[in-house]
Design a protein around this ligand. Structure first.
Ligand code: NA7
Length: 292
């Protein structure tokens, strides 16, 4: 298929590369143009604007930071909507929230295209190995058209008949993930402040019925003080903001998510916004007066 791919960050770059490797013709665009160079060297076609990356494609995939970034690439004379041919499927792999999914769907439909919200589960390593799980929501026809592209980057596709509901599903998952990450960091600092060794704490949690692959993966990063972003604190805070927005619309109170959002926000204020979300552990250690 002819695919336009917009947003070459941590997740987008390996996804676009896997699409290319599986034989699709991929045209790439990124706000910071230099990030497209490695993919172009490997055979992807460069585009100067979102409009150019969209024009003449069968499927257009977005993988940008948040709902504002999605609006930014869609709108304007050089935007995706300006270059959209009728019948094209726009697939948003960003985590942009429920409201954005509904609004973008309307705008794409008004231009004769169809829209899928297709948020990603899994981080950088899964994206590199084409082992992501994708929650895809939208019409059956659009899902059918986009399936070859989604298969090329994922190990599992969970299908839902509505774009906003797929966006909601992703927020449900990240409400759990954010709580797990922050609770883990807080508990490590709690144990360490009473004299327990971090490695021993992680080993013991993993031997309990509360064990998790998240704690294994993040535990190793925490032990190595490796804050390289697989999933940045700023994006984790944004997800809880989107959870809170959707919860307010649905009339649901989510005190855990509120507290988690505050922790991520404080991590950003302390200068840790571009670090991996496990850097919240560092914040808890600092607050407990612990040196590592
Ligand atoms: P990254 O690595 O932070 O990458 C974010 C991408 O979004 C990157 O290509 C950015 O371009 C792009 N971006 C950010 N703001 C804008 C605006 N305003 N306009 C256009 N493009 C923009 O994120 P991940 O790859 O980890 O995650 C992507 C999504 O999946 C996100 O929603 C996660 O929550 C899940 P840049 O290179 O900075 O110019």
């Amino acid at each position: 298929m002819k695919i336009g791919f917009l947003g070459l960050g941590t997740m987008g770059t390996p996804m676009a590369n896997n699409l290319r490797k599986s034989g699709h013709t991929v045209t790439v665009w990124n706000r910071t143009p230099g990030k497209a160079d490695p993919l172009v060297k490997k055979g992807a076609k460069p585009a100067g604007t979102p409009r150019q990356a969209t024009s003449g494609q069968e499927v257009v995939i977005l993988c940008v930071a948040d709902e504002k970034a999605v609006d930014g690439v869609l709108e304007g004379p050089d935007g995706v909507l300006a270059g959209l041919d009728p019948g094209v499927v726009v697939v948003d792999c960003s985590t942009a929230g429920v409201r954005s999914a509904g609004l973008v769907e309307e705008r794409v439909k008004a231009r004769g295209g169809s829209f899928l919200a297709a948020p990603l589960l899994g981080s950088k390593a899964a994206a590199e190995k084409a082992q992501l799980t994708i929650v895809v929501g939208g019409s059956a026809e659009a899902r059918e058209k986009a399936r070859p592209a989604l298969r090329a980057v994922s190990a599992r596709i969970i299908e839902i008949d509505s774009a906003p509901k797929a966006a909601l599903m992703k927020l449900v998952v990240n409400a759990v993930g954010g709580a797990m990450m922050t609770a883990f960091g807080e508990a490590l600092a709690f144990g360490a402040s009473g004299g327990l060794e971090i490695e021993k704490i992680i080993e013991t949690i993993q031997a309990s019925s509360f064990h998790s692959p998240l704690f294994l993966m993040k535990g190793e990063q925490i032990l190595n003080k490796d804050w390289t972003p697989r999933f940045a604190v700023a994006l984790a805070e944004k997800d809880q903001r989107l959870v809170q927005d959707a919860a307010a619309t649905q009339g649901v109170v989510m005190p855990i998510s509120s507290a988690v959002r505050r922790v991520f926000a404080e991590a950003i204020e302390s200068g840790r916004g571009d670090r991996d979300m496990c850097a919240v552990t560092d914040l808890f250690f600092e607050r407990a007066g612990l040196k590592r």
